[in-house]
Design a protein around this ligand. Structure first.
Ligand code: GLN
Length: 484
């Protein structure tokens, strides 16, 4: 049962082959017996899940079940959940119980989906390896010495290990696509503004976007159908009609124009990863797509631009975690200053502190124009590159990450190399575009993700292009040996 996709499980529920209570129990049992090896969940909510499953079964019996009714899902611990702890991977928020649900959580609740628990993540979503979590690192189900990627590493590992049929993730610079690539699953970062950020703890507000992490493109479409849409509570969500994302999955891609940015295939890319990506592109050629080399000349500016903008925004967003309004409060403060300094000093981990320092510096008087304003200008150039490229091509393809999953501890003392693991994903966030990573093969026995980048609001096209690949290949069906 746990090898089935959402689409298959939904059909099984509808045909009465099993109930949601039975299905939910299967996943709860798997989490119970296997997650010790992975640490992919921060919180598991068995009673609540079974209660939701029972209600879903009642709804179905009454004849009003949508596709996600009764389907168990895992939620990244960045989404506020009423009555269930929301930690964002940080000691700062460890005991925090939100008084309200994130819009995404409400939407899944309304769809009848079941929440299994909350997944582990890098602290405040800052990281590429899940090692910055206060709850300890998550292990990659394909090789437990390796990282699952980050920051949505708990979600990626849980889906790859079949501890949940699907999960949510968030992506500020690559946090859905890079862990999807490292764990061999399908991840979609929608267009900025497509999915509400209300109740999603903010890291860098102009970049953050939530999306589905699934095994197939079809499942990602089913999840996005629920997640997408304008939310009056999020002024950056866009009032753009939500199509049925499954409607175009089977469109032919004959004549599809695919652009390969030459900058994504140069120095820094592992040869073994390049080979996998090249053979995936050949597969598309066989399906009738036309391949064109393109150039995104500002590609090399993406990482430095991001590491000014994201820390600047996070230094502002995290100022509310001061031991008064939100977050950990130190014991016996002498005065207000002492309370702030020790509460924040004790609550935040080293990577978060590093970002707050960089961001505060970049925003400070005298440096603001040199760093922050300059970064906003290069951000515009990066977006222009993509706009120009999309005059000639329908979809851009390349690797999701320069390597396969590295080992736990390998890059912890080398933040720059760690930052570079998002070199192919970050520009997409800066430009606000949708991007996907889909399983494309293996290099050194570890999964490799192919990245697809589309025009604004072209999620349907990306899902169609991904689904066609998954009809021709079976990489997305492979399961890690110890979790089959
Ligand atoms: N790895 C990047 C960072 O640490 C991206 C994280 C993310 O997308 N949330 O900022």
């Amino acid at each position: 049962m746990y090898n089935k996709t959402i689409a298959e499980l939904s059909a099984g529920l509808e045909a009465g082959e099993f109930s949601s209570v039975e299905l939910t129990q299967v996943y709860l049992d798997r989490i119970n017996s296997l997650d010790e090896q992975l640490n992919s969940f921060i919180t598991v909510t068995p009673e609540r899940a079974l209660e939701q499953a029972k209600n879903a079964d009642i709804q179905r019996a009454a004849g009003n079940a949508g596709i996600l009714n009764g389907i168990p899902l895992a939620q990244k611990d960045i989404f506020c959940t009423k009555d269930v702890k929301t930690s964002c991977g940080s000691k700062m928020l460890d005991p925090f119980i939100s008084p309200y649900n994130a819009t995404t959580i409400n939407k899944f609740n309304d769809s009848g989906a079941v929440m299994l628990g909350k997944t582990n993540m890098d602290e405040f979503a800052m990281g590429s390896s899940n090692e910055t979590s206060w709850y300890g690192p998550v292990k990659n189900p394909w090789k437990q010495d390796a990282v699952p990627g980050g920051s949505s590493g708990g979600s990626a590992a849980a889906v790859a290990a079949r501890l949940a049929p699907a999960a949510t993730g968030t992506d500020t610079g690559g946090s859905i696509r890079q862990p999807a690539s490292f764990c061999g699953i399908t991840g979609l970062k929608p267009t900025y503004g497509r999915v509400s950020r209300y109740g999603m703890i903010a890291f860098a507000s102009s970049l953050d976007q939530a999306g589905p992490m699934t095994r197939t493109a079809e499942d990602a479409a089913l999840m996005l159908n629920v997640m997408a849409g304008m939310d009056p509570r999020d002024s950056t969500s866009v009032d753009e009609a939500v199509p049925d994302y499954t409607a175009n999955l089977n469109d032919s891609i004959e004549g599809l124009k695919i652009g390969l940015p030459k900058e994504y295939f140069s120095e820094g890319l592992d040869d073994s990863v390049a080979k996998v990506i090249e053979s995936a592109v050949k597969e598309y050629e066989k399906m009738g797509a036309v391949i064109k080399e393109i150039s995104l000349p500002t590609s090399n500016l993406a990482v430095p631009t991001y590491y000014i903008i994201a820390p600047s925004e996070c230094s502002s967003n995290l100022s509310r975690m001061d031991g008064v309004r939100f977050g950990h409060r130190c014991k016996d403060p002498k005065d207000l200053n002492d309370l702030y300094i020790r509460s924040r000093g004790e609550g935040f981990g080293p990577e978060v502190k590093r970002r707050i320092l960089v961001g505060t510096y970049a925003l400070s008087e005298g440096f603001y124009d040199a760093y922050y304003v300059k970064a906003q200008k290069t951000r515009r150039l990066i977006a222009n590159d993509f706009n120009q490229a999309f005059d000639d091509v329908d979809v851009i393809m390349g690797p999701a990450a320069p390597s396969t999953a590295f080992n736990i501890g390998e890059l912890t003392d080398d933040p720059i190399t760690m930052y570079l693991s998002d070199i192919y994903t970050i520009a997409v966030n800066l430009a606000g575009l949708p991007g996907m990573s889909i399983p494309a093969g293996f290099a050194n026995d570890m999964p490799v993700g192919l990245q697809l980048i589309g025009k604004h609001f072209a999620e349907s096209k990306l899902l169609n292009v991904a689904h066609q690949f998954q009809k021709e290949t079976d990489w997305h069906l492979k399961a890690p040996a110890s979790f089959k």
